[in-house]
Design a protein around this ligand. Structure first.
Ligand code: NAD
Length: 519
């Protein structure tokens, strides 16, 4: 333990600021049913992205604290797995009601720590709530299969059973929805759960944990640790953890997939994106422009399903001036201000990175149709704001196209026909989401069949599937073979036991050994 603690200390800290004492509120750990102060000497600031004021501190949990959290999950597992499925369902039925009752409080916490507008933060909670509501159908979702009379008097049936302690590692951009993709599905299947929220936005997960406790989840069924790389490596290495759900960047996700898999764990890893919206000349112009503007700049472009790239096919390129005008009308402001459309980016580093990617586009020959780099947000001069930005004349070799920008920047390419647009998209390494805008059914059908992307919208800009389906990003946006939530989510968090039994009415005694393979 000591050796690992020492090794962990060598890992560079992403945010770089550590304090041992401060007057701002501290984020607790949640271990064995108690919200406890960490004993660590390493803390990170949590900043309000609209002002950069420090609004809290989050601990880098110590090795002993992380071990205590997994130990608690391990001890709670057997009784939780044996708790009747109806009891688990009742807890999650109460849980969904508590989330619904507290949606505004959760949204306020999201806006404070993450920056998105209050209305968007409510959407963040709502999309997670839908997953919890779906988890309440566990009595149907966990049904096994049966086949009677495999041979005379012999039946085969399967049980779907939990796998043990599972863990979730979440990103900053959906502080409610993404943790709610993870622990409710894992737990309702009978697993216990270790959660590591993003160190930038831990507050919402802590509120969600308190509500789950209030809903009746027994001590130890959910534990929460905080930290960065060391906590992530701890999760990848601990032998008691059987499965890891990760959502975040490719750098982290590929590392976690490889390290976790090497240690024999199941890993599902949802990662970065570059989502293309294809605009056909026959599309409904008004609708398409509104959808593009909302999906490119909503949440300040910090959505993995943001439509960050538009391909205008043929004459639709003439709509660009209107796209620019509509984008100008969005109000950039702090997320808690009435009428705000576009909030700040998560950090000054994110703002600097987005601005440098805009500049790289200019340097490589793109044209800035709308420049949000010097946006002035009155009263919030220290915030991490970038206004809606549109780069046209972009080509697939430019850095602003090859990198995920994760900011309010729409890069615009042009194509002569649909085949050319599909070819551009299929050459891009990511496969998270895409959309086509058209009024032609045959065009839409060709697109949905030929484009190699896991989630497709037809006149729907952000096609995130509802929880009865699964989140099916593909290629460079996903590693693993079983997706988040829906039927696949249940598969990820369960294992199958298959029983074959023979009950003969008459005396079944064999008269000689059966040495050949039964057929
Ligand atoms: P991130 O990868 O920086 O952080 C995600 C988690 O991994 C955090 O808990 C963090 O502590 C940890 N982490 C960060 N760097 C690490 C490293 N080098 N090694 C080990 N652990 C590390 O991601 P983020 O900035 O919080 O989120 C934005 C990214 O997430 C974007 O790329 C976005 O596309 C992606 N995302 C994907 C989906 C999806 O479903 N495909 C959904 C939301 C966000």
């Amino acid at each position: 333990i000591l050796l690992r603690s020492l090794l962990n200390k060598k890992v560079p800290l992403q945010l770089g600021r550590c304090y041992s004492a401060s007057s701002v509120p501290t984020t607790k750990l949640f271990i064995d049913g108690k919200f406890v102060e960490s004993n660590t000497s390493e803390w990170l600031d949590i900043n309000n992205p609209a002002t950069n004021e420090v609004v809290g501190r989050v601990p880098i949990a110590t090795e002993l604290e992380m071990l205590a959290a997994v130990d608690s999950c391990s001890r709670a597992f057997h009784s939780w797995a044996e708790t009747s499925i109806l009891s688990r369902q009742q807890i999650f039925l109460r849980y969904q009601q508590l989330i619904k009752d507290n949606i505004k409080e959760l949204a306020k916490m999201i806006t404070l720590e993450q920056g998105k507008t209050l209305a968007d933060a409510e959407g963040d909670v709502f999309r997670g709530l839908q997953v919890v509501e779906h988890a309440c159908s566990i009595t149907s979702l966990m049904l096994g299969e049966t086949l009677p009379s495999i041979t005379k008097d012999m039946d085969t049936y399967t049980y779907r059973l939990p796998i043990g302690v599972c863990a979730g590692i979440a990103p900053f951009n959906f502080p409610a929805m993404i943790p709610l993709w993870m622990f409710p599905i894992g737990m309702v299947c009978g697993n216990t759960y270790l959660m590591k929220p993003s160190e930038r936005v831990p507050g919402c997960t802590m509120l969600l944990a308190k509500m789950l406790q209030d809903a009746g989840a027994p001590d130890g069924t959910l534990n929460i640790i905080h930290g960065q790389h060391a906590a992530v490596n701890f999760i990848c290495d601990h032998p008691a953890i059987k499965a890891i759900s990760f959502v975040g960047s490719n750098t982290a996700g590929e590392h976690i997939y490889e390290r976790g898999s090497k240690n024999g764990k199941r890993v599902q890893s949802n990662m970065g994106a570059k989502n293309h919206g294809v605009v056909m000349p026959d599309a409904n112009k008004e609708n398409t422009i509104n959808q593009l503007v909302g999906a490119a700049f909503g949440a300040a472009g910090q959505r993995c399903m943001a439509l960050s790239t538009a391909i205008f096919v043929g004459d639709s390129r003439e709509w660009l001036p209107e796209l620019v005008e509509r984008s100008k009308s969005l109000r950039v402001n702090a997320g808690d201000q009435p009428g705000a459309d576009v909030g700040p980016l998560i950090s000054p580093e994110a703002k600097a990175r987005v601005e440098s990617l805009i500049q790289s586009g200019v340097d490589e020959g793109a044209k800035v149709l709308l420049d949000g780099r010097h946006v002035n947000v009155k009263g919030y001069e220290n915030g991490n704001f970038v206004g809606p930005t549109i780069l046209s004349g972009v080509t697939p070799n430019m850095k602003c196209y090859t990198e995920e920008i994760f900011g309010p920047v729409l890069v615009v390419l042009e194509a002569d026909n649909l085949d050319e647009a599909i070819s551009i998209i299929n050459k891009n390494p990511y496969g998270n989401g895409t959309a086509i805008f058209t009024t032609n059914g045959a065009t839409a059908r060709k697109y949905t069949h030929e484009v190699d992307v896991g989630q497709i919208g037809v006149n729907v800009p952000i096609p995130v599937p509802l929880p009865m389906f699964s989140f099916t990003g593909s290629r460079g946006s996903f590693r693993g073979d079983t997706n988040f939530y829906g039927k696949q989510g249940i598969q990820f968090y369960t294992q199958i036991k298959t029983v074959t039994s023979q009950w003969k009415a008459e005396d079944a005694t064999l008269t000689s050994p059966a040495v050949t393979m039964p057929t």
